[in-house]
Write a protein that binds this ligand. Structure first.
Ligand SMILES: NC(=O)c1ccc[n+]([C@@H]2O[C@H](COP(=O)([O-])OP(=O)(O)OC[C@H]3O[C@@H](n4cnc5c(N)ncnc54)[C@H](OP(=O)(O)O)[C@@H]3O)[C@@H](O)[C@H]2O)c1
Length: 322
């Protein structure tokens, strides 16, 4: 267990997501970035200074072995998640690894087995299940607001224009399904559990990746997810949860911001709309919980060992169905 005081985070790589989402949330949650590691020291120093990421360290292993680092945030391209998450777990340091935990089902199984063997805490950076927004929707459904939930329709599209973006590389295990299709999959898992069947189709592009994938996952009793994801449309993360007696529309369940909203439709009634509780950066609730869990103040929730295999298995089956 780390010593007293805030957890000292080490950031593995000078990723955009660490700068844009992780660091603002860490500050909001009261955490400290101790150091950031990159392949090139000069570039890492520049990044550390520009974004307040702590000390610059050359090389990921050096950061993992650093005695002043308590916990690691791994923000590497997908193909490198398994190798570096395993190194961190073996060093006995808790890990928040970016989603998807790994680019393949086999690597996911390998990482989860190291997490179990070492008993080290591991989270996959799906932050929306920690947020108030999903809690509100879950409680509406539990209260019977839309009857029995039967179908989820969920999109995640955005535009990737640079051909050298890591998402465009098959070698780095990019592609739309892994990058953003994983969100609808994880959402459906929250409500329906493990899938039983998969169907999908895709368009290829970039350097051998799926530019768009669309498909469905089937769950028990005919419940289903219809998903669509891609990297060539404007940003759209619309989701609709359809029940036997109504439906809930959510403008951006995954990363809500100002102006995002939920609309409840019930037969015979006027739609009821309210805005998302988005007063803090999207990662904040997850980071607050992780900090409390690592210091023993809360029992850990939503660990990768409980959630990530089902997601990886659904992603695997969707890709295999194309
Ligand atoms: N949870 C979310 O909301 C969210 C949002 C966006 C992205 N993500 C995930 O975060 C991860 C990183 O995405 P990103 O968009 O932030 O990536 P990015 O900006 O391209 O950063 C990836 C970093 O990995 C390092 N790297 C090591 N080997 C590399 C290689 N062969 N090619 C390119 N970079 C390499 C580089 O840092 P150094 O050179 O300094 O080592 C680079 O800055 C992905 O797994 C993605 O799915 C999550």
């Amino acid at each position: 267990m780390p010593g007293p005081g805030p957890l000292r985070w080490g950031i593995v790589s000078t990723a955009n997501i660490a700068r844009a989402a992780f660091l603002p949330a860490l500050r909001a949650a009261g955490g400290t970035p101790e150091a950031v590691a990159g392949r090139d020291l000069a570039r890492t120093r520049e990044y550390a200074q520009a974004h307040g990421a702590g000390r610059a360290v050359q090389g990921y292993q050096r950061l993992i072995d650093d005695p002043d680092v308590d916990i690691l945030y791994i923000a590497l391209p997908n193909a490198l998640h398994a190798e570096w998450t395993i190194q961190a777990l073996k060093a006995g340091k808790p890990v928040l690894c970016e989603k998807p935990l790994c680019g393949t089902l086999a690597d996911t199984e390998r990482v989860l087995s190291v997490a179990r063997e070492t008993g080290t805490l591991l989270w996959e950076a799906f932050v929306f299940p920690f947020n108030e927004y999903l809690r509100q929707i879950r409680s509406l459904i539990a209260d019977g607001a839309i009857g029995e939930l039967r179908e989820i329709q969920s999109d995640f599209h955005f535009r990737v224009s640079r051909p050298d973006n890591v998402r465009m590389s098959a070698e780095l295990q990019g592609g739309a399904l892994r990058d953003v299709g994983c969100y609808p999959v994880r959402l459906a898992q929250e409500f329906f559990g493990e899938h039983r069947s998969a169907w999908a189709a895709r368009e290829l592009g970039g350097h051998g990746v799926d530019i768009e994938t669309w498909g469905s996952l089937g769950y028990g009793d005919g419940r289903r997810l219809l998903l669509s994801c891609g990297m060539r449309r404007e940003y759209d993360t619309f989701s609709r949860l359809l029940g036997t007696a109504g439906q809930i529309e959510v403008s951006n369940l995954f990363h809500p911001g100002p102006g995002d909203h939920v609309t409840l439709h019930q037969p015979g009634g006027e739609p009821v709309r309210w805005t998302a509780p988005a007063s803090e950066p999207a990662f904040t609730a997850a980071l607050r919980h992780i900090s409390a869990a690592v210091t023993g103040a809360e029992p850990p929730r939503l660990l990768a060992t409980e959630t990530s295999l089902a997601t990886a298995s659904a992603l695997h089956d969707l890709a295999a169905a194309c």
